[in-house]
Design a protein around this ligand. Structure first.
Ligand code: FES
Length: 110
């Protein structure tokens, strides 16, 4: 597990991007629950955001890809609208411990 930041660094209804050991990822705080995903849109395999830490749609209900507007469920990363319906963001295990957020990085296979 890798320590990311304090839980209070990500306000409810917002998200934050990180670079950890060559992995781009982001964490969403939805009402005090934290969800982590690789920053990689399943449509084209590129990053989701154009602006730093802007991963959510206008109403902050969904994760949104800035390139073609795909919307993803915050809870499970599934695309529910846009060009890749049914495809999923890669979820990462995210744990809150002593006020700190920890994330499990994917295993690197070579
Ligand atoms: S690259 Fe994300 S919706 Fe097309």
């Amino acid at each position: 597990m890798h320590q990311l930041c304090k839980a209070t660094d990500i306000a409810a209804g917002s998200a934050k991007g990180f670079e950890v050991e060559a992995h781009a990822l982001f964490v969403v705080n939805q009402g005090g629950d934290f969800f982590a995903y690789l920053n990689n849109c399943p449509h084209r395999g590129i990053r989701l955001e154009w602006q730093p830490d802007q991963f959510l749609d206008y109403e902050r209900n969904f994760i949104q890809c800035a390139t073609h507007g795909a919307l993803f469920s915050v809870e499970n990363g599934e695309c529910i609208a846009g060009p890749c319906p049914g495809e999923k963001l890669t979820a990462l295990a995210c744990t809150l411990k002593d006020g700190q957020l920890w994330v499990e990085l994917p295993k690197v296979t070579s």
